[in-house]
Design a protein around this ligand. Structure first.
Ligand code: SAH
Length: 350
């Protein structure tokens, strides 16, 4: 079966030719898909064509399995089930600059970060381009609101599902599709260096976020096994090259974990590390601080707001712009992976 939502308009053109249909049908199908319309309801296509498409293609969208709405800020946490019963999470957030959807890139994750709920059961499979796109379309359909920004910060490591992610980015950006500008898309990685280097070559003006979380290799390797493969120096060198190639600002994520990486010396070391790495470039340095979400199985503890503010102050005083991220949806388990885990992963195992 052809996975309709994964197809580019050019591929749809080829499909129409195969089906003996005129070229303009491809555009019609493509734009129906961006509103999540099932084949059977694509009313400007002939019934015969709809039947041919139904016989040859799948048009399943992620299905809302569970939906938690925050009473604090209206953030919506979705648990979506996929064609095979696997589940992933997406989070819909309302900001002044527009609605943002945080999407998952894999079912589970194999990166093993010690503080993260998504990785506890390992990686089950990669998400297809249709399933990456489908989260956005399904959330728009369910909310009745347009999504203008995407962050790839849900379950999974996007650069461990490279080709599908790149295809998704191109699909979601298309003007006659969802038309979400690259500048409104962020991709977060735990530091898969070859992926960062490949991404630099794509020349997409998206925002790259690096989950750094430590300023020395011993601490980072203890928190993030990926650091054993690509230590900090290699990671930052890839970041510098990425900046030089794309001229796009990189944002560094730093999850503060009590007693692990949150000391004042740690803040000074972080500022020195980034300034050293980017010396000689005009890259603005930006760190997003997040107080860790305590996940029962990980034993990682959250520090105080004051501690986080102090950490930010030190960075700012040393010329590294730092903000403490506002936590949306804290009453709906909005940290990635927690809802999927609570539901036992698969739909039919609930
Ligand atoms: N794999 C990618 C994207 C998914 S995780 C990456 O690692 O960047 C999105 C962000 O949430 C990452 O910065 C990740 O380190 C962070 N994160 C994961 N678990 C967390 C937790 N329990 N508390 C706070 N941040 C967490």
């Amino acid at each position: 079966m052809i996975d309709l939502y994964s197809m580019t308009e050019e591929e749809l053109v080829a499909l129409m030719a195969e089906l003996g249909e005129p070229r303009f049908r491809a555009g019609q199908v493509f734009s129906w898909l961006s509103s999540g319309t099932p084949i059977a309801e694509m009313t400007n296509l002939s019934k015969a064509l709809r039947e041919k498409l139904s016989a040859a293609c799948t048009d399943t969208l992620p299905k809302v399995e569970k939906k938690l709405v925050s009473k604090l800020d209206g953030t919506v946490k979705y648990l979506f089930s996929l064609y095979d019963g696997e589940c992933v999470e997406s989070v819909f957030m309302r900001y002044k600059h527009g609605n943002t959807l945080c999407i998952s890139s894999q079912v589970g994750c194999r990166m093993g970060c010690r503080f993260c709920a998504s990785t506890i059961g390992g990686r089950v499979r990669d998400l297809l381009p249709s399933e990456l796109l489908g989260q956005v379309i399904a959330a728009e359909r369910d909310s009745g609101e347009r999504i203008s920004n995407i962050v790839m910060m849900g379950i999974g490591e996007p650069l461990d599902n490279y080709d599908n992610v790149i295809r998704f980015l191109s699909l979601v950006n298309k003007k006659d599709g969802l038309g979400i500008g690259y500048r409104h898309i962020s991709l977060s990685t735990c530091g898969v260096v070859p992926g960062i280097r490949r991404l630099a070559e794509e020349q997409l003006p998206i925002t790259l976020s690096i989950s750094l979380h430590a300023s020395d290799d011993a601490t980072r390797s203890a928190l993030m096994p990926v650091n054993n493969k690509w230590p900090i120096a290699e990671l930052l060198s890839a970041c510098v090259d990425y900046y030089k190639k794309t001229r796009r600002r990189i944002s560094f994520e730093y999850t503060l974990i009590a007693g692990k990486n949150d000391t004042e010396e740690g803040a000074r070391a972080l500022a020195a590390l980034l300034k050293n790495a980017f010396r000689g470039t005009d890259a603005p340095l930006h760190v997003n601080l997040i107080r860790v979400n305590a996940v029962e199985e990980t034993g990682m503890k959250q520090g105080s707001v004051e501690g986080a503010n102090r950490f930010a102050e030190i960075l700012n005083s040393l010329g590294v712009v730092a903000t403490v991220r506002r936590r949306l949806g804290s009453d709906v388990n909005a940290a990635c992976g927690q809802l999927r885990r609570a539901s036992g992963g698969k739909k039919n195992e609930n």
